[in-house]
Ligand binder design. Structure first.
Ligand SMILES: Nc1ncnc2c1ncn2[C@@H]1O[C@H](COP(=O)(O)OP(=O)(O)O)[C@@H](O)[C@H]1O
Ligand SMILES: N[C@@H](CC(=O)OP(=O)(O)O)C(=O)O
Length: 346
């Protein structure tokens, strides 16, 4: 299966594709000179939200916006947009399906459009995820059955053997013959599942930030990059709203000890490696009234709702959350600088 001895699964998230499409294509080409590369792609950032609105209302203006976004983006990237036509047809004329199945059918179209674009630019062959991933669960919340999906990895092998780069639309699987989505952020899960199925040496998750930071770098610009995180840390972080990885992906990675690298297409050497090792650096995350504080002593005047060996979750109202995160983060900077100074002195 490992044709050249080394295989890497690389996933490009919606943020990465939208802001660094050309870097993504260059990275795929450069890596594929050395290794067998299997690519997983998400919908362009914002597209799944539009598709959700389309399935909620069936207001065709949302479908038009999706189509316009891809056609304009494709033209700007020098893509022959006729490769998008079959999927745009599916968007405007979906088949007759039961309502929940129809919803997932439509939600899957963003990933299919992205895959067509990347395939055209990077000598790729699109592999349909419903031919690859057997799922259980329910519409909107599929779970990949690793054992049952194993027999389908030959599709990936065949594409590699024919000299093509397999491009797999993420976020989608097959539930009893229907397309099923894997929950928001589910392309991470597709990528880790592929890594497990192919026994790849690495699953690289590319986003629009350099890796995982002590807090969302878009909220806290002075947050620090975490070089190493353990599976347990990433699982807790993703469970409590740290968006860089979906929790199902984190859980599967832990179960199979899949090596993961987070990075960005334009500068992916500066990443976060997820394995059994940890830098034990703090991390703060906030989601729906809950503030996660990991790897640091924290005494804040809010109710503790859950805690574990290295983490604590407080109930914090949204209006206080940014202020608390900023305050706690100042402590993190102090703590990390003190440790660095200690190391320099020693
Ligand atoms: N601690 C963190 N470290 C890194 N990114 C974080 C963190 N917390 C939140 N994020 C956010 O996660 C985003 C990446 O997740 P997501 O939007 O799902 O990206 P993608 O579209 O690449 O899958 C980043 O743009 C960043 O703003
Ligand atoms: N497009 C889907 C799946 C996904 O994983 O996206 P991203 O990789 O951009 O988070 C979503 O928005 O949920």
């Amino acid at each position: 299966m490992n044709l050249r001895g080394k295989m890497i699964v690389i996933k490009f998230g919606g943020s990465s594709l939208r802001s660094e499409f050309k870097s993504a294509v260059s990275l795929i080409k450069a890596l594929s000179e050395e290794k067998d590369v299997v690519v997983v792609v998400s919908a362009l950032k914002g597209i799944t939200d539009l598709l959700e609105k389309y399935t909620d209302t069936f207001d065709s203006r949302y479908a038009v916006e999706v189509s316009k976004t891809y056609l304009e983006f494709g033209k700007r990237m020098g893509i022959d947009t006729s490769s998008l036509s079959p999927y745009l047809k599916q968007l405007f004329n979906p088949p007759d399906l039961p309502p929940q199945a129809l919803r997932d059918y439509i939600l899957s179209i963003g990933e299919l459009l992205s895959a067509a674009m990347i395939a055209e630019k990077a000598n790729g062959a699109v592999i349909f995820p419903w031919d690859l991933f057997v799922a259980h669960g329910s519409f909107g919340n599929g779970f990949i059955d690793i054992k049952k999906s194993k027999r389908n990895v030959k599709l990936v092998k065949e594409a590699l053997e024919s000299g093509k780069i397999p491009i797999i639309p993420g976020f989608i699987a097959n539930l009893n013959g229907y397309r099923v989505t894997l929950g928001r952020g589910g392309s991470d899960y597709s990528a880790v599942a592929l890594g497990v199925l192919l026994n790849s040496e690495l699953v690289a998750i590319m986003s629009d930030v350099e890796g995982i930071f002590t807090a969302d770098p878009k909220m806290i610009p002075y947050s620090l990059l975490i070089p190493y995180m353990s599976y347990d840390e990433i699982l807790i972080a993703s469970k409590y709203g740290m968006e860089a990885i979906q929790w199902k992906a984190a859980k599967l990675a832990k179960e199979y000890e899949a090596l993961i690298l987070f990075g960005r297409a334009s500068d992916w050497r500066m990443g976060t490696v997820v394995s059994n090792s940890s830098s034990h650096m703090p991390l703060l995350s906030y989601d729906q009234g809950k503030l996660l504080v990991m790897n640091m002593d924290s005494e804040i005047p809010y109710e503790v709702v859950e805690e574990g060996e290295f983490w604590r979750v407080y109930r914090v109202p949204k209006r206080d959350s940014i202020k608390i995160i900023k305050e706690l983060h100042r402590k993190i900077i102090y703590q990390e600088n003190a440790q660095l100074l200690g190391r320099v002195k020693a």
